[in-house]
Design a protein around this ligand. Structure first.
Ligand SMILES: [Fe+2]
Length: 275
């Protein structure tokens, strides 16, 4: 954890407490060595993100919320972890996205297990199906996160998943979001209340390649930009935006508050080459 600080939250008094800093990256889309993705060197843009982020703050943990590879090969996943490790030794939680192949991630021994950081449990929810764009949360996925929540001994819980639990006003993306998300989050809250001690305080996700700050019911939800190219907000079909690669910082306080901010790497302009 990164020490005590004073923090303000809407509707609450100023509190003093220990804050854990979590770096949230997503949708890195790493490809086989020597290749690019629609003209973008996704390995270089990931490195540019990490270089800038690590000049700002040493993270207490890193969440990578899926689509970590576009060529889902064990050697690409190993390169992903090696890249993170060149910049930070912080605990890492990886999730599979729709472009990932879970078996290849496991083959590469990607860190897929929950993390505890300060007063928080960072819990993965697998929403992916290999090589299919839609969100799919199976009975096994629900059983896995229920077990994680039951085992939590912290006060607070942040769920990390790949697909958005909210619509982002992009129909071509929204069709694949998590279905009946309010029911799901209510079920997660009930599981944490019945099992362990951690209360659900927020959800982070990827997939949308754009910054999202919203609520699902009364749960704050945060979508991180991609570390490579972005999708245009409010677009009605597949549209690449000209915004720079990005990432999100989450400040998790010991009283359960979440403060976050999205950052961009303007030193790495994106120029895609669509065929
Ligand atoms: Fe993606």
């Amino acid at each position: 954890m990164s020490g005590a600080r004073r923090q303000s939250q809407p509707g609450s008094f100023l509190t003093v407490g220990v804050v854990s800093h979590v770096l949230h990256i997503s949708d890195c889309h790493l490809v086989a060595a020597g290749t690019d993705l629609i003209g973008v060197d996704t390995q270089a843009s990931l490195e540019a993100v990490l270089e800038q982020a690590l000049t700002e703050q040493n993270p207490d943990a890193v969440i990578a919320s899926g689509d970590l590879a576009h060529d889902p090969l064990p050697q690409v996943y190993r390169r992903f972890v090696e890249t993170i490790r060149r910049f930070t030794a912080a605990p890492l939680l990886c999730l599979p996205g729709n472009h990932d192949v879970l078996g290849a991630m496991q083959n590469a021994q990607m860190p897929l297990a929950p993390l505890t950081v300060g007063a928080w449990h960072l819990v993965p929810l697998d929403s992916h199906e290999d090589d299919a764009p839609r969100a799919l949360i199976t009975a096994d996925d629900k059983a896995a996160i229920a077990a994680h929540l039951a085992a939590a001994s912290t006060e607070h819980c942040l769920v990390a998943t790949h697909h958005p639990p909210v619509a982002v006003n992009c129909p071509w993306l929204d069709k694949d979001r998590i279905q009946k998300p309010e029911e799901l989050l209510e079920w997660l809250s009930e599981r944490s209340a019945q099992g362990g001690t951690a209360r659900l305080r927020g959800v982070v996700f990827g997939h949308t390649h754009q910054a999202v700050d919203d609520f699902c019911g009364d749960v704050p939800v945060f979508g991180s930009p991609s570390t490579c190219f972005q999708f245009a907000p409010n677009s009605t079909s597949f549209t690449i935006d000209d915004q720079s690669p990005g990432y999100r910082w989450l400040e998790l306080s010991e009283d359960g508050g979440v403060v976050s901010r999205v950052r961009r790497v303007d030193s790495f302009p994106i120029q895609v080459q669509l065929k």
